[in-house]
Design a protein around this ligand. Structure first.
Ligand SMILES: N[C@@H](CCC(=O)N[C@@H](CS)C(=O)NCC(=O)O)C(=O)O
Length: 350
């Protein structure tokens, strides 16, 4: 009897050992954070977007689909987590609604011409991802005003939207230079623009990207000029609630993947050729062979391949929405790769 008990104990211990060994053979699944888990369970990413539509950045086309530069960043994140760039629903947000949307977590991520600042990072309880568009505030006036510099706006009325960095920069810029002016402040973007168009203001101010977008929607774009001066630094990029650093990491490395893909010359058209590459660095970036790739973040090993195939690299996203063949015809400038003298730089994928 005693022998049988001893034998059973030994067998039980062995089987535990065998199970333990088997488990050790499999890579331990990464515990994803609560927001990532929510996105996976829902099968959809909820992305905060521009409410009134910002041509080139976020608009709804005739087929009812969202498109634009900021929209594509959301699509890239959906492709990284869910393997499908179409699995995104967009939540329109006015400027003043952004803080509450992040704090209440009614959105998973925001990609909506939002400037990364010291106080927003702390007060909004947000984690900012790398900047996707380096911008600066500018000023638009009517061409027939003959105005060519901001100093000439002494005594004028300037239309501006509340809940923005724009409103604060405007006050700083004009007071530091002793330029007297009257701000006409609106809570929503459409009203701000319409007031300027109706002639209630001499000038309209926002990020230069916004000015270009609004100008393109004017009845006669050539009737408006954007002054050369840049009043501030406006690094725009995605942000997510601070409660889930794991999700924030996925957002961060998705943005870096877009930039790194451009640096390697990997595009939506040639990604399959790169998959076959034997260069270890490329294999690692694309999550091929024994490389862990996205499994380190609880997502598909080859998430970079999916993102590039479905959305393209950073340069493709920029050109498709804002580049020389679009009505905006923007050059890359600060948004060029660091290898071209710009600020787009990804840490190593290793
Ligand atoms: N980058 C600035 C400005 C962003 C902003 O909201 N700009 C206005 C320009 S009028 C806009 O896009 N409004 C659209 C809206 O509220 O729907 C910020 O983060 O505060």
């Amino acid at each position: 009897m005693l022998k049988r008990v001893v034998l059973l104990v030994i067998l039980a211990a062995l089987s535990v050992g065998v199970v333990g060994f088997a488990a050790a053979q499999d890579a331990q699944p990464v515990q994803v954070g609560p927001i990532t888990q929510r996105v996976i369970d829902r099968g959809e990413l909820i992305c905060g977007a521009n409410a009134s539509g910002l041509a080139g950045f976020a608009t709804v086309n005739d087929a009812g689909e969202w498109e634009g530069f900021d929209v594509d960043i959301c699509r890239a994140i959906a492709a990284a987590i869910l393997g499908d760039a179409t699995k995104v629903s967009f939540r329109p947000l006015e400027a003043g609604e952004r803080q509450a949307a992040i704090q209440s977590e009614e959105i998973d991520v925001m990609s909506r011409n939002t400037t990364w600042t010291f106080s927003r990072d702390a007060v909004w309880g947000a984690t900012f991802a790398p900047t996707t568009f380096y911008d600066g505030q500018g000023m638009m006036v009517r061409a027939d005003s003959g105005i060519t510099t901001i100093a000439e706006l002494e005594g004028s009325t300037v239309c501006v939207q509340s809940g923005t960095t724009t409103e604060l920069n405007l006050a700083d810029f004009f007071s530091q230079r002793n330029i007297g002016y009257e701000p006409l402040v609106f809570a929503d973007a459409a009203a701000t623009w319409e007031a300027y168009i109706a002639g209630s203001c001499d000038a309209f101010t926002t990020d230069k990207s916004g000015l270009i977008a609004y100008k393109s929607t004017a009845e006669d774009p050539s009737a408006h000029v954007i002054l050369d001066e840049t009043m501030s630094k406006e690094p725009l990029g995605p942000l997510s609630p601070q409660s889930d650093p794991q999700f924030a990491d996925i957002v961060r490395w998705t943005v870096f993947a877009l930039i790194q893909a451009e640096e390697y010359g990997i595009t939506s058209a040639n990604v399959d050729e790169f998959i076959a590459s034997e260069v270890p660095e490329i294999q690692r970036f694309l999550g091929q062979g024994d490389n862990p790739g996205g499994t380190l973040y609880g997502i598909a090993k080859d998430f970079t391949v999916t993102v590039i195939r479905q959305v393209g690299n950073y340069g493709e996203i920029f050109d498709r929405n804002l580049g020389p063949d679009t009505p905006f015809g923007l050059g890359r400038g600060l948004n060029g790769l660091w290898t071209d003298g710009g600020l787009m730089y990804s840490p190593p994928f290793r």
